[in-house]
Design a protein around this ligand. Structure first.
Ligand SMILES: *Cc1c(COP(=O)(O)O)cnc(C)c1O
Length: 398
């Protein structure tokens, strides 16, 4: 039976999988110890839980357990990676290359460093949302210390050419950091295959708890140095002090294990549902897919309905369907999405976008319901719009 409201915003966050919750519960009260306590069994038990989680997380991304640094989430991991490299490699240079479509946690960290003397190159993207590898290579110079480019975009799901980017970084001896928060657990990500030196991700985008994340820090070829941004007891090999969030970390580990086991079948299942939803919505007159159709995540689609205001569209459906027009982090602003603007969308399309994020518990009934409601609401809004005549024209070929 269909249960309302339908959750179609999995790129903002995901529900905790019940199996994850179950794994966490003993670590709140039974195994409550501080994993840094070395003198008694309470500490040892907690540390054992953290050690297993570290292995589960490392296994999902092809890393070694001692290359995982626990943080409070992807925002903190982004800050630690970028600021940490900027400070540790100050004697080599001050130049960082990133892109205009990055998550705010990367953009604002780079803007912050600009005020402290960093030189930032902001790469544009093409209409598909992809960076230009030639422009990336041209931007690299002797003072370049970091390339910071995300694995997959949180608004449009577009996957950057990670292997090509890392090959360029390696060729020029530059560290490559990737915010892979949307990709890890959804598609195969392997730090060695992909050539990534630093990688940010979190638990709550992959059916784990909120408030816990990780930074992968490569230990050989090359060994990446980082300046801590949180000083204190020297936890996490000195890179991030503070008592570990043991239940959160245990849940993060379990979430990674489940993603690893179920990834292949989930990718197929969810992309089939996504394609059904997307295909039906793109039948509507004057509707357009945002971002690359090929290089993207299986569970997301971002569609613009021309001259429909997405605020009105969302208001018309959000009693029964949870969607957003862009990222949760910027949805408080009235400006259209900076990601869609970067693709070159005019206002009449940028203001009319909806992001649908499917997930592990999304079923076909929910997809059918969403198709019906969105199409009805779009036509209703257009009928009440004095410009509606233009939408009765045949849809132009794309
Ligand atoms: C959600 C998200 C973040 C922020 O993660 P938090 O753990 O909530 O801080 C960073 N980058 C990307 C790409 C995201 O999707």
């Amino acid at each position: 039976m269909l249960k309302l409201p339908v959750y179609m915003d999995h790129n903002a966050t995901t529900p905790c999988d019940p199996r994850v919750v179950e794994a966490m519960i003993p670590y709140f009260s039974e195994y409550f110890g501080n994993p840094a306590s070395r003198t008694h069994s309470f500490g040892w038990q907690a540390k054992a839980g953290v050690d297993i989680a570290r292995e589960q997380i490392a296994a999902l991304i092809g890393a070694e357990p001692n290359e995982i640094v626990f943080t409070s989430g992807a925002t903190e991991s982004d800050n630690l990676a970028i600021k940490g490299v900027f400070e540790a490699y100050a004697s080599k240079g001050n130049h960082i290359i990133t892109a205009v479509t990055e998550h705010k946690a990367v953009l604002d960290t780079c803007k912050h460093l600009e005020k402290s003397g960093a030189e930032i190159t902001w790469l544009e993207v093409n209409e598909d949302g992809l960076i230009d590898l030639k422009k990336l290579e041209t931007a690299i110079k002797s003072s370049t210390i970091l390339i910071a480019l995300m694995y997959a975009n949180n608004e449009i799901g577009v996957i950057q050419p990670i292997k090509e980017i890392s090959a360029l970084a390696k060729k020029h001896g530059v560290i490559f950091f990737s915010d892979a928060t949307q990709a890890v657990g959804k598609i195969p990500v392997d730090v060695n295959n992909d050539g990534i030196d630093l990688m940010a991700f979190n638990a709550h985008k992959m059916y784990g708890p909120k408030g816990v994340g990780a930074l992968y820090v490569r230990r050989k070829n090359p060994r990446v140095r980082l300046y801590a941004q949180m000083d204190g007891g020297g936890h996490e090999r000195g890179m991030r002090s503070g008592t570990l969030n043991v239940p959160g970390i245990v849940g993060f580990g379990k979430a990674c294990e489940l993603c690893m086991q179920e990834m292949d079948s989930e990718m197929k299942r969810v992309s089939t549902l996504r394609d059904k939803l997307e295909g039906a919505l793109l039948q509507t007159a004057q509707s357009y897919l945002n971002g690359s159709r090929i290089h993207r995540l299986p569970q997301i689609t971002n569609i613009s309905f021309k001259n429909v205001n997405s605020d009105n569209l969302i208001a018309g459906i959000n009693k029964d369907i949870a969607v957003s027009s862009g990222s949760a982090c910027t949805s408080a602003s009235v400006e259209p999405s900076y990601v869609l603007k970067a693709l070159g969308l005019e206002d009449d399309l940028a203001y009319g976008s909806l992001r649908f994020g499917l997930g592990r518990f999304t079923n076909e009934e929910e997809i059918d319901f969403t198709i019906g409601r969105v199409i009805d609401t779009v036509s209703h809004l257009r009928e009440s719009n004095p410009l509606s005549e233009i939408y009765k024209e045949e849809k132009l070929p794309m």
